[in-house]
Design a protein. Sequence first.
Length: 140
Amino acid sequence: PGSLYTSIISNLLVEGVVESITHNYRAVKIYVANIMTQPGETQGYSLKDHVDEIKKYIGSHIDCVFVNTKVPDKSVLDIYLEEGSELIEPSCDGLGEDVVKKPFATVVREEPDFKPKIRHVPDILALEVMRYVQEKKGLM
């Protein structure tokens, strides 16, 4: 997870990164979908829009997309809506990739402002990624 253009795609622009991803045929390619859109960057983007944008830059497929299904409380969503962010709906229509849909989201309060922030639950996400990779590689 991270900002689509300034965190994820910017790393794909570094020389050699895309080649490493696309030429490693044994690697399982996973995209952990963002939970919320970002104002001025991905407003109005669907889950498919995010996936298509990444595939455009890597020029290759993604094996699996991990998608959050937990809807945070309305009071928290309202804070994000005021800032121009929207919940990314877990619709997988048109995706050709495997999809793992789980309640990956939680709300945390971080310094300095302690404003509620929607984040992925790292332990749950890590467990599901490991499980998927093991199944994909035939280790389970």
